[in-house]
Structure formats: structure tokens, C-alpha cells
Design a protein around this ligand. Structure first.
Ligand code: GLU
Length: 449
């Protein structure tokens, strides 16, 4: 059975989901060819179908007393190796295709962490941008009024993603606790004084930089002195920049959906503090950065262009796409290479289109795909779950050391697996096969369920 056709016939409109499935199917072909059991067990047909999809209405009242209705989902994709685990995304672009691609990737990413977590993802087309705290609270409460009956610390453990940060997790947790009448680790990304883990906010960004450092180490190089393009300005981008500074590299850009900032002189610690203030406290736009640092440039997004000038106009050695899916098209990938970039570590989920990935691989770029490079976030979520179960908190150094070790292991696993299957240096093949084998072997052990 052609598994891609199986998916496209069944859900013809789910473009992003097809993209994520195609990439995995292409990578794991040699594994399927070597193990007839997987095809006999119809493992591909089973793994592309979510175990459960919940879709629900979220009615809420704005500050002007107008009633709004959003659509929300939770995709419980795969529980072969642990409870469903993955973030919630609140963004106007959210639909079934996007959440299924994210949930599908999450299955393999979580398997790579070596922690016992299945894969899931959820969210809503609600846009927190421009909403008051009280509007966000009412939305989160209404959202959780339905979601609470489907989740639990041993069933499904959501977390943050785009548009869902500490504020939203707080409101969601408060409502869960009230409805379920229990205080448990049902969400991760919680605040520190009520069950959160140190280093969770930093984890995805730190992890993506650790992964880049490992890729460079495989060629006896370090991040020291490297100029780094970063996209996005949420917590992934912010802590990517922080760790780059720690390791002696120079971040030179960041962005939001309206445009990007390029700061030729580099974004130092003081400037980064200002970015964090602008984004996390003011909830402002990146364009405001040039009011404080007029020597930097703000480039508004131009929808007419067939490429993003962020990836074309600035010389750099490394790129850390940390905004959203498909932010690097084939032309962008070529532009990056032409501009000297030879390290790409994906803090976002699926930021590079399929053809772009091929261009990176053909040009021997050290390319860390999201499901490996950004696995640090969910890894520390897994560590938050462990701490919650034990009812204790590990110190910062302990969590950070565990994160570093996990990222090193993921890197090694990807490298060794790629080599074993005849694609040395190809982290895409390495990550997809290593994650896949772990999950499907567990599925086979557990029978047809
Ligand atoms: N949303 C993040 C991701 O894409 C984190 C998920 C989690 O912590 O469960 O992996």
C-alpha cells in the first residue's frame, strides 16, 4: 500500500500533514524494506492515523460583552511509548492539517528524547494578539471546560506552543484544577512556584543551540565567533539568542509576523534584555526595537516577494529558524547557502519546505531538523513530569545538565542511525528512522490496538 496515497486520498486538503508524512515515509523506506514485519503489520497505515481527534467549540465573551466562537482541537496521535504529550497552539492559522502535522512530528521527537512520552498536539484558531488578560483568561477557561475531560497526568499532558506561554498555562491549569478537583502535573510549562521546572522556558532555545554545537563539534568546530541569523521572537528565539551569547556566538536578527530586525553590531546581553522586555512585558512588536537602537534596521514583511530578505541579505555562518512552519522556501535555502550559512538548527517545527531540506542536504549543510534540534523543550517538559510525580524540584544545574545530555544523545543517535542506513551526515534520515523504530516496535509489542 502506498502510504502517502493512503493519506492524501483520505484527507486530500491537509497539505502540511502530507508534507510531514512524506518526509518520514521517504526516510524510513530502507527500514521497511529490511523488515517485512512492518509492512505485514500495516504499520504505516496505523501510524499516520491519530488514535483520537477531539474537536470542540470554544465560546467566550470579550470585554465589550460580545460573544465569540473559536474552534479547538486535541490530536491524540500515538501513545505507544507514553501518555500523549505535546503543546497547545493558539494562532489564527490553526486547523486540523497543521495540528496533525505537529502531532505527527511530536511522536518521533518525543521518542528521540528517550523519555516515556507519546505524541499529541492541540490548540485553537484563537488569536491572543491584542486581547486583554481577562479576554485571554475567559478564552482559556472555556477551552479547558471541554479539554479537561480528555487529559490527565497519565493520559495526555499538554503544554505551550505558539501563542501559549506562562500566562495561558496558568489560566488553563487553574480551570483544570477547579473542574477535576485535583492538583496534578496535567500541564507542563507551569510557573515555578506551582509545579513548574527550572529551565523549561529556556529549554527549546538552549537545546537548539546545544544541537548546533554538537553538529559543529562533529567537524571539530565551535560556535565561537559565528554570526547567527535567528527568526522569531518568542521564547524559543529569545533563549536561542541567550545561549548563543553564552557560547561566544553573535545573534544578528530576530523577527515577528510583521517583519524582522537586523542588527549588524550584534544583539548583546543588554539588547536581548530589551527584546525580552518588549515581547514578554510590553507584548509589543519587534519594530519597536529600532526606537531604542536606531543603528539597527527594521525590514517590514513583503508578501509580494518570492523570498525572505532575512535569509538573503545578511552574511552569516548559522541560521536558527525559530518562528513557524515553512518560513524557509527553496529559494531561501539557496540564498542562505550563497550567503555563507552552513549550519541550520531548527527551533521551530518544520520551518523548511521539503525542497529546501534537499538543497541543504545536497550542499552538505549541517542541518538539524526540528524534531531533533528542538526536542529540548519537550524533554524538559518530560523532566517536569518526573519532578511532579516525585513532588520535588531539581536545581537549575541538574535540569540543564540533563537537557545537555539529552541533546548530545539525540545528536549521537541521529548520526549513528544515519550512518547505519547509508546516509552519513543526514540528520533527517537519522532522526526519522531512530524515532520511528522505537515507536513502531512498541506498537508491535502491544498488538493491534
Ligand atoms: N510545543 C513544544 C514542541 O513543539 C513543546 C511541547 C511540550 O513541552 O510538551 O515540542
Amino acid at each position: 500500500m502506498d502510504s502517502i496515497k493512503f493519506v492524501t486520498d483520505r484527507d486530500p486538503d491537509e497539505r502540511e500533514f502530507h508534507q510531514a508524512v512524506t518526509e518520514v515515509i521517504e526516510s524510513v523506506k530502507p527500514v521497511l524494506d529490511q523488515n517485512p514485519l512492518y509492512r505485514n503489520e500495516s504499520i504505516m497505515e496505523r501510524i499516520v492515523e491519530p488514535e483520537r481527534v477531539i474537536m470542540f467549540r470554544v465560546p467566550w465573551v470579550d470585554d465589550q460583552k460580545k460573544v465569540h466562537v473559536n474552534r479547538a482541537f486535541r490530536i491524540e496521535m500515538n501513545s505507544a511509548i507514553g501518555p500523549y504529550k505535546g503543546g497547545l497552539r493558539f494562532h489564527p492559522s490553526v486547523n486540523l492539517s497543521i495540528l496533525k502535522f505537529l502531532a505527527f512530528e511530536q511522536v518521533f521527537k518525543n521518542a528521540l528524547t528517550s523519555l516515556p512520552m507519546g505524541g499529541g498536539k492541540g490548540g485553537s484558531d484563537f488569536d491572543p494578539k491584542g486581547k486583554s488578560d481577562m479576554e485571554v483568561m475567559r478564552f482559556c477557561q472555556s477551552f479547558m471546560a471541554e479539554l479537561y475531560r480528555h487529559i490527565g497526568p497519565n493520559t495526555d499532558v499538554p503544554a505551550g506552543d505558539i501563542g501559549v506561554g506562562a500566562r495561558e498555562i496558568g489560566y488553563l491549569f487553574g480551570m483544570y484544577k477547579k473542574l477535576a478537583n485535583e492538583f496534578t502535573g496535567v500541564l507542563t510549562g507551569k510557573s515555578l512556584n506551582w509545579g513548574g521546572s527550572l529551565i523549561r522556558p529556556e529549554a527549546t532555545g538552549y537545546g537548539s543551540v546545544y544541537f548546533a554545537a554538537e553538529m559543529l563539534a562533529s567537524r571539530n568546530e565551535t560556535l565561537e565567533g559565528k554570526r547567527c541569523l535567528v527568526s522569531g521572537s518568542g521564547n524559543v528565539a529569545q533563549f536561542t539568542m541567550e545561549k548563543l551569547l553564552d557560547l561566544g556566538a553573535t545573534p544578528i536578527s530576530f523577527s515577528d509576523s510583521s517583519g524582522y530586525i537586523y542588527d549588524e553590531a550584534g544583539i548583546d546581553r543588554e539588547k536581548l534584555d530589551h527584546v525580552m522586555y518588549l515581547k514578554n512585558i510590553q507584548r509589543g512588536r519587534v519594530s519597536e526595537y529600532v526606537e531604542t537602537y536606531p543603528e539597527a534596521v527594521y525590514v517590514p514583511q513583503n508578501q509580494e516577494l518570492d523570498h525572505n530578505p532575512l535569509w538573503k541579505d545578511h552574511k552569516a555562518e548559522c541560521a536558527f529558524p525559530s518562528a513557524t512552519q515553512n518560513e524557509i522556501n527553496a529559494r531561501d535555502a539557496q540564498n542562505l547557502i550563497d550567503n555563507g550559512v552552513y549550519v541550520v538548527s531548527e527551533g521551530a517545527n518544520m520551518p523548511t519546505v521539503h525542497q529546501g531540506i534537499e538543497i541543504f542536504l545536497d550542499n552538505k549543510v549541517l542541518y538539524g531538523p526540528g524534531k531533533a534540534a528542538n526536542a529540548g523543550g519537550v524533554s524538559v517538559s518530560g523532566l517536569e513530569m518526573s519532578q511532579n510525580s516525585m513532588r520535588l524540584n531539581w536545581p537549575k544545574e541538574e535540569v540543564d545538565n540533563r537537557l545537555k545530555t539529552i541533546m548530545k544523545n539525540i545528536h549521537r543517535m541521529c548520526m549513528e542511525t544515519a550512518e547505519q542506513y547509508g546516509s552519513p551526515g543526514n540528520y533527517v534520515v537519522g532522526a526519522n528512522i531512530a524515532g520511528f523504530v522505537k515507536v513502531v516496535d512498541a506498537m508491535i509489542d502491544q498488538g493491534v490496538v
